[in-house]
Design a protein around this ligand. Structure first.
Ligand code: GAL
Length: 548
């Protein structure tokens, strides 16, 4: 590991486990196996174990005739329960011949002939969540089986994984997913690797962060939260979407071309959702550049559903080669405002009304990182297609649970943008706040300018953070305290690491769960030091990592 300017308190036995290999940095130019997030169909949320060959061939036909294939939905993914309860005499997996009478290789050829790719589900444990044979101890054999069947995408779940003696559970997951990573990447044609490991740590902030740390290096996408409500599930489908949406907002810094955070399936025929909620779901996932995997009975979707799922302007955002994830600019309990950049320099403004009634909000362009004066911007509403001129601010009115997405074109003269938005302690969701007397506190987010930070690049990965409420002051560290002081001074520069640490270049990490913030020694396993920043912030290389 590259030495940094401060001491990381890493237990010696863990130090050896750090950086076992140099991470391959994905980029727009070199995004690896999956340059843009996957789009397609999976049976799970809608049908659970009731999958079969006919469902997949009917779905493919419908995706073709209804135009979904043409707008980019080109993956057909089998989920759990496709196999037999026993392995063959040679140890290989076998498909259920009642469900798949022509066999999985036949289905893979069928998919290819019709312009699709076939994906499959397995599990890193002894059994899948549905009780079918897991892959533990059979990794290479199973990978070769899948490839020989014509499959190019694997979702690897994490049910029934127990730690071997002497290892923590999170270390066990790292070893097993690492083994799969090694097996898959050594193949002549590696399979796309969707990792479910983080979902098994979603209720422990520091374990979750540790697991997330290696995830982008091992695979192309990862499920990180609980399942979106299945078709027959009890409870609120909207709440389950909001739950996964919230988890995704914590993960902005991990996403990059070639690796995507996966907040789970789109469920456009879920009986518990209103039309507005379904459209919101799609608009949010598109803004995130999240996988767009539909779990619904596509032949029976209404034309209105097909129309919003086929919105080319939103799909272009989703498939934008920069793969930035829209990040929170502000949040006040009613409106969530998110923003990101697109590869041509445009800015995206996504607004969600989480409240129970129609409401209006005004968003200053400075909050989107567009702070040059005397600039006029063209803002296109990607749902209605309407173009308006924005000068200074944009006013948005939204029905309850609705989402709007605007794509803002920047005139040449006004093309400078600065990553701007919430800086928040991700485990608690509390917002870093510029408080009176130049103090810095962590408080409930209320969408004030004192909670929106402009993050200026200061060479390399050095950053300066200034609140919109007073752009003459910057976040400063001094003798264990964090405060606001005149920008440009010493003690004002910080670096953000993939682990979420915000480290002062003079030493020490921002620390704070609630109340007054502090600067303390950077500790790799300290949940009070995990922060989310706006999208587009350059991460420091050589992030401290720990694999246990
Ligand atoms: C869950 C997973 C679901 C589905 C299911 C199959 O763990 O999150 O997406 O794959 O297992 O049993």
């Amino acid at each position: 590991m590259r030495a940094s300017s401060h001491t990381w308190e890493i237990p010696a036995k863990m130090a050896l486990l750090m950086f076992p290999m140099l991470p391959v940095q994905a980029s727009v130019e070199s995004p690896g196996l999956l340059p843009t997030p996957p789009m397609g169909f999976n049976n799970w949320s809608r049908f659970q174990c009731e999958l079969n060959e006919t469902l997949f061939t009917e779905t493919a036909q419908s995706m073709l005739t209804r135009g979904l294939r043409d707008v980019g939905y080109n993956r057909l993914n089998l989920d759990d329960c496709w196999m037999r309860y026993d392995r063959a005499a040679d140890g290989s997996l076998q498909w259920n011949t009642t469900k798949f009478p022509h066999g999985i290789p036949w289905l893979a050829s069928y998919a290819t002939e019709h312009g699709f790719h076939l994906g499959i589900y397995e599990d890193a444990g002894n059994e899948t969540c549905g009780g079918y044979p897991g892959s533990y101890g059979h990794e290479k054999q199973d990978a070769e089986t899948f490839a020989s069947w014509g499959i190019d995408y694997l979702k690897l779940d994490g049910c029934n994984v127990w730690a071997e003696e002497g290892r923590s559970l999170r270390e066990e997951y790292r070893l097993r997913y690492g083994e799969w990573h090694d097996v898959l990447s050594a193949m002549p044609q590696p399979l796309i690797f969707s990792e479910s490991a983080p979902a098994y740590f979603a209720d422990n902030a520091s374990d979750w962060a540790v697991v997330m740390d290696w995830i982008p290096e091992y695979g192309e996408l990862a499920r990180h939260s609980t399942d979106v409500l299945v078709y027959v599930g009890e409870g609120s489908a909207w709440d389950s979407i909001m739950n996964n949406y919230d988890y995704n907002t914590l993960l902005v810094r991990y996403q990059k071309p070639g690796y995507y955070n996966d907040p789970d399936f789109l469920i456009p025929d879920h009986p518990g959702l209103t039309q507005t909620e379904k459209k919101s779901h799609f608009a949010l996932w598109a803004s995130f550049s999240a996988p767009l995997i539909i779990s619904a009975y596509i032949p029976d979707l209404s034309d209105e559903d097909i129309a919003f799922l086929s919105n080319k302007a939103l799909i272009a955002v989703n498939q934008d080669p920069l793969a930035q994830q829209a990040a929170l600019v502000s949040r006040d309990g009613t409106f969530d405002v998110l923003s990101r950049s697109l590869v041509n320099g445009d800015r995206l403004l996504t607004v969600l009304n989480r409240g129970a009634v129609t409401a209006k909000t005004t968003i200053s362009l400075a909050r989107l990182g567009l702070s040059q004066s005397n600039c006029q911007y063209q803002a296109r509403d990607l749902v209605t297609g309407k173009v308006s001129t924005a000068h200074g601010a944009i006013e948005i009115q939204l029905d309850s649970h609705a989402t709007s997405v605007h794509r803002i074109a920047l005139p040449k003269r006004c093309s400078t943008t600065t990553p701007t938005g919430m800086v928040f302690h991700t485990p608690s969701g509390l917002c870093m706040t510029a408080s009176s007397g130049n103090t810095v506190t962590f408080e409930a987010c209320k969408a004030s300018d004192s909670q929106v930070w402009s993050v200026a690049a200061k060479g390399g990965s050095k950053l300066e953070l200034s609140p919109l409420s007073d752009n003459s002051v910057c976040l400063t560290a001094q003798k264990g305290a964090v405060s606001l002081a005149k920008c440009g001074g010493s003690g004002n520069t910080w670096q953000h690491f993939i682990t979420g640490h915000l480290s002062n270049t003079r030493g020490g990490c921002l620390t704070g769960e609630s109340g007054k913030g502090a600067v303390q020694a950077c500790v790799v396993d300290n949940a009070a030091q995990i922060f989310g920043l706006p999208s587009g912030v350059k991460l420091a290389d050589g992030a401290p990592r720990w694999f246990s």
